[in-house]
Design a protein around this ligand. Structure first.
Ligand code: PHE
Length: 382
């Protein structure tokens, strides 16, 4: 067959191909490894230079024409297939919306959004860490050595296996290849360590999330939520901590008369440590936050733990305590949700009872904003 007739035959057959499979078969037949045009190209090597000069351009042009024709035909077939699909498939946009909104935003989620909103205004970013944590981040780096008595108070859920450490910390105290014990984090404080190691200083973060302790009654569930706060900078002192907590609690409870009392306390990872109480007063037999807890008929309620980050913790996380200071705090998210929105049994938070969720849940449109007063609208059922 001459080059010319091979060419016109190929182009005719390509033009007549009706689907992608036929077209592919033609491509293989002409341009594949054993294809007829490919074989022609191979003959060039055995030709004399004169012959090659005459035949070479023709064969190359043939290959180009067939390649182009295949591509053009493929485009045509593809767009015809798309047109056919668009014509055949229809989307019915006339389905009715559900009569009532289904589902609601859980109060824990809502409160976490409120926290993020309030703290974002003070320049805090949101950080997260794993719920399956290792011993080192949850305890050791927080100044709780293997034998520290505070470990016993955490009712920790341990995993049965020990795994190989990866030496992924800034500290030399966890050598590569050392075995580590995994656990469900008992507090959000390991996120302090992870943040300091990952980003150095300065730092301003909150870290909301799930934590786990083997404990269960009306005010304790084996899983609950905390939010950790951490500020690391130069010249940070207790006054910054108090101001930050006051500003946060006033915005969160939407009252200007929130009064705090700082009590000396002990946490291994803060020094000094302070427990923060908030004043309440009795209104129609109900405890309402606000006012001086020492006034007659008033009282103090323990709200959160906090303190100045222990120099040992800074060292564990690779920061120089001579240069950097900071404060940290940890709050029970479920607890402040209960205080703000008036639930009295923590267990109901995690029962998934549709009636509870309908009553205490929030509409997805209730986005907390500082200007509107975070969470001012109250529960969906309220
Ligand atoms: N991690 C502590 C707890 O779970 C709370 C806390 C956080 C205390 C930060 C001080 C500083 O009880």
């Amino acid at each position: 067959m001459t080059i010319e007739s091979l060419g016109s035959e190929a182009l005719d057959r390509i033009a007549a191909a009706g689907d992608a499979a036929t077209l592919e078969a033609l491509r293989v037949e002409y341009l594949g490894k054993q294809g007829s045009i490919s074989s022609l190209l191979k003959t060039l090597g055995k030709m004399s230079p004169e012959e090659r000069q005459a035949e070479g351009p023709k064969i190359h042009a043939l290959r180009q024409d067939v390649t182009d024709a295949l591509a053009a035909r493929k485009d045509a077939i593809d767009s015809a297939a798309l047109e056919a699909r668009l014509a055949a498939e229809t989307l019915d946009l006339t389905l009715p919306a559900p009569a009532a909104p289904k589902g609601s935003v859980h109060p824990v989620s809502q409160v976490m959004d409120e926290l993020a909103e309030i703290f974002a205004d003070m320049g805090f970013a949101v950080a997260t860490g794993p719920e399956i944590e290792d011993d080192w981040h949850n305890f050791t780096a927080l100044n709780m050595a293997e034998t520290h008595p505070a470990r016993a108070m955490h009712d920790t859920f341990y995993f049965p296996d020990v795994i190989d450490g990866e030496g992924h910390t800034a500290s030399s105290s966890e050598a590569v290849g050392e075995k580590k014990r995994m656990l469900l984090r008992t507090h959000t404080s390991p996120v302090q360590i992870r943040s300091m190691i990952a980003q150095g200083a300065p730092i301003r973060i909150i870290a909301p999330g799930r934590v786990y302790r083997s404990d269960s009654d009306a005010t304790h569930t084996p899983m609950f939520h905390q939010v950790e706060g951490l500020v690391i900078d130069k010249g940070i002192h207790l006054g910054h901590l108090k101001w930050t907590l006051e500003t946060f609690l006033k915005a969160f409870f939407e009252r200007d008369d929130i009064v705090l009392r700082l009590r000396p306390s002990y946490f291994p990872f803060t020094e000094p440590s302070v427990e923060v109480d908030v004043g309440w007063q009795s209104v129609n037999g109900r405890r309402v936050l606000g006012g001086d807890g020492d006034a007659p008929g008033h009282g103090w309620m323990e709200l959160l733990g906090s303190g100045m980050v222990n120099a040992r913790v800074l060292e564990f996380a690779g920061l120089d305590p001579a240069e950097w200071q900071g404060f940290a705090f940890g709050i029970g998210v479920d607890r402040i949700a209960m205080l703000k929105y008036g639930m009295d049994d923590l267990r109901a938070f995690f029962d998934g009872d549709i009636r509870w969720l309908r009553h205490y849940g929030f509409s997805a449109f209730d986005q907390p904003t500082l200007s509107a007063g975070v969470g001012a609208k109250g529960g969906m059922g309220a």
